[in-house]
Design a protein around this ligand. Structure first.
Ligand SMILES: Cc1cc2nc3c(=O)[nH]c(=O)nc-3n(C[C@H](O)[C@H](O)[C@H](O)COP(=O)(O)OP(=O)(O)OC[C@H]3O[C@@H](n4cnc5c(N)ncnc54)[C@H](O)[C@@H]3O)c2cc1C
Length: 455
């Protein structure tokens, strides 16, 4: 069979592309069932290589790096695998840091894998070591003490770092980011009940951090420069529902609130807004988004945009180097999300082990933790042009649901309050299900919800 005769199937949950006459019984990457695979046009894929004794280096021990290293071992028993990580910690659930801040969990439950995992998987773990640069001509990288380590395949999973707004005073004591376990420990060692905490940035991280600080008995103010909360994942109507809910938790939200500077005499004492207000602060959390840790690859001359550019095989512009997780940009999207980082890590691991495997992209989706009000944002939630059609309502007065359609297909959804539809919505969006017939009947949001539940 020539490659062009091959049939291809895309997993609607993780984006994995399977080749064969039929969809697989279960997805290799996320274990979802055959029914969730959809037939797609075939791209010609490279030949598989026999797994050898190659050396695979992985930079970064977050979920993307760990998943990649694990998958290399699963498919290349003889490979030498080295995982290099800047943080001097065993890999942990970064997504649960806000739960730790809120006091919902203890540090002991944060590790991603047991400490003997490295031995079991025969992975050399260089912890607390930063990679300084790549020497492409030698297929090598240099770590901070000057040691040069060569690779046959390199998987870059260096994640992202918090954006620090260009404001005076961000270096004052009491000003923190919330990206690492060390950040969380520093915050917990500083805050006290009754403290004034200001979160600069009203995206998901800012709101979860605000919820966590409120649970610790702090007075919390969220400053969002945009005119509504979570502008990347929410629409104004949904944001208003969230804002009201935050009010019930004692969290004050100021939108269109541009910070001017942070003030204090050694320690932070307040945040000046451009509109002339001074918000008192004993602690400031900088939660205004993040940026890809792409500098290693950029300095080496690889193609970088918002993240390191990768193709469907998660290869960068250098065929021996893969990039996955928060550092990578696939098909215009830098996901910045746990599940995508895990799936991409696994797929790059298989590719590095010699098994050509493609990532077909997944709809972006986000949920909120800590705040005690479930929220799902998936796919397109603010229409980029007039070709989209939105159906919304406010069930139970303090909830919200919105379904976004284009060309008869559901392409996005917001749910606040109840998430019973989560699975059905995700499946319908990923499978690009056509709901034209229903839309012809001018349905209400309740009709759409009933239809999706019955699918
Ligand atoms: C507090 C918080 C809560 C979150 N909650 C959610 C959530 O609920 N749902 C969700 O989907 N996503 C959430 N996210 C985002 C999610 O955690 C990330 O998308 C995911 O962790 C990305 O994984 P990664 O492996 O790509 O990168 P990371 O987890 O960032 O790991 C990258 C690692 O690479 C290391 N590194 C960087 N440069 C070097 C170098 N030069 N040398 C060696 N090592 C290096 C870094 O130190 C880091 O340890 C949250 C993020 C934060 C910070």
């Amino acid at each position: 069979m020539s490659p062009s005769d091959e049939k291809a199937w895309r997993c609607s949950v993780c984006g994995y592309i399977h080749y064969g006459d039929t969809a697989p019984e279960a997805c290799t990457i996320c274990n979802t069932k055959s029914i969730d695979f959809k037939r797609i046009e075939v791209a010609i894929r490279p030949e598989a290589r026999a797994p050898g004794k190659e050396r695979v280096l992985v930079i970064g021990a977050g979920i993307a790096g760990i998943s990649a290293a694990e998958e290399v071992r699963n498919h290349a028993p003889e490979a030498e695998i080295i995982l290099i990580a800047k943080e001097d910690e065993f890999p942990y659930y970064r997504i649960n840091l806000t739960r730790l801040l809120a006091g919902e969990i203890e540090e002991q439950v944060l590790p991603l894998r047991p400490t003997d995992w490295f031995e079991t998987y025969r992975i050399e773990f260089m912890k607390g070591v930063a990679v300084k640069d790549l020497v492409l001509a030698e297929k090598a990288l240099r770590i901070e003490d000057g040691t040069v380590i060569q690779y046959d395949k390199l998987i870059v999973a260096t994640g992202a770092h918090p954006s620090i707004p260009p404001l005076a005073g961000t270096g004052l004591d009491g000003v923190f980011t919330a990206q690492t376990i060390e950040d969380a420990r520093d915050i917990l060692n500083t805050i006290k009940p009754g403290a004034n905490v200001v979160c600069i940035g009203g995206g998901i991280l800012g709101l979860e951090a605000a919820g966590a600080m409120a649970k610790r008995g702090c007075h919390v103010t969220v400053l969002e420069a945009f005119d509504y909360l979570m502008p990347r994942q929410m629409n104004p109507a949904g944001s208003e529902v969230l804002k009201k809910h935050l009010g019930t938790l004692g969290i004050e939200v100021l939108t269109s609130a541009m910070s001017d500077c942070l003030v204090g005499d050694g320690h932070i004492s307040g945040v000046h807004l451009k509109r002339g207000m001074l918000i008192p602060a004993d602690v400031v959390l900088l939660t205004a988004g993040d940026r890809a840790n792409a500098e290693l690859l950029q300095a080496a001359g690889l193609a970088v945009n918002k993240g390191v550019l990768v193709d469907n095989f998660l290869r960068t512009s250098n065929p021996d180097i893969y990039a996955v997780g928060d550092v990578a940009e696939h098909d215009g999207i830098r996901y910045g999300a746990w599940a995508a980082a895990m799936y991409q890590g696994k797929i790059a691991g298989m590719n590095a082990a010699g098994i050509p495997t493609e990532f077909g992209g997944i709809p972006r989706s986000h949920m909120l933790k800590v705040l005690g009000k479930p929220m799902l944002s998936i796919g397109v939630v603010t229409p980029p042009d007039g070709s989209y059609h939105m159906i919304e309502d406010h069930p139970d007065n303090n909830g919200y649901r919105m379904f976004m359609f284009r060309d008869g297909c559901i392409v996005g959804c917001l749910l606040i309050g109840k998430l019973k539809l989560l699975k059905a919505v995700r499946k319908a969006i990923q499978a690009r299900s056509n709901l034209s017939e229903l839309l012809g009947q001018k349905p209400t949001a309740q009709d759409v919800a009933d239809f999706l539940s019955a699918m």
